[in-house]
Design a protein. Structure first.
Length: 164
């Protein structure tokens, strides 16, 4: 009974595969996988591995087969503007400086350290702030301020001070 059922399944998949192969669309990976599993269950692979089976039974282009569901139409490109978008930040305004206030006793650098002059301005500010943060941390004078914090941590405040 089991053999008869598995042969019926294999025959149904074979007919379905024949119909799919005769259509203009390439066989999807799901269809090919189902066909491979049916052949595996029917012991008709004769030692053939997945890649060999796929190339022989599912077509040479199955590796790049179309997905089971058709792809959605690509959205039309928005007209080129000078306004910043999520993908184009070239003309975006600088973010507003933080309004966070540092706790008393925290020391911030007044200018970018000379050893970071060869770096980009943003990296130079970051490394200068990091050096001072580590010095403040070693002397235990941060008073609860962390490097990054919602609403303005040490880096945000330090970066704002160095920019101005």
């Amino acid at each position: 009974m089991y053999r008869l059922a598995s042969l019926a399944v294999a025959a149904a998949i074979g007919v379905g595969a024949f119909i799919a192969a005769s259509s203009a669309d390439a066989m999807t990976m799901q269809d090919c996988s189902a066909k491979y599993k049916a052949a595996q269950a029917a012991n008709s692979l004769n030692g053939m591995k997945w890649n060999d089976f796929r190339k022989a039974q599912c077509g040479a282009d199955t590796a790049a087969a179309t997905p089971a569901k058709p792809a959605a139409a690509t959205p039309a490109k928005p007209p080129a503007t000078d306004e910043p978008t999520t993908t184009n930040t070239e003309n975006a305004a600088e973010p507003a400086p933080t309004k966070a206030v540092a706790p008393k006793g925290v020391v911030f650098p007044t200018k970018v350290d000379a050893k970071y002059a060869s770096e980009t301005p943003g990296k130079g500010r970051m490394h200068t702030c990091l050096d001072q943060y580590n010095a403040d941390k070693a002397s235990n004078s941060l008073n609860g301020l962390t490097w990054i914090k919602k609403g303005g941590g040490y880096y945000s405040i330090c970066n704002s001070k160095l920019k101005s």
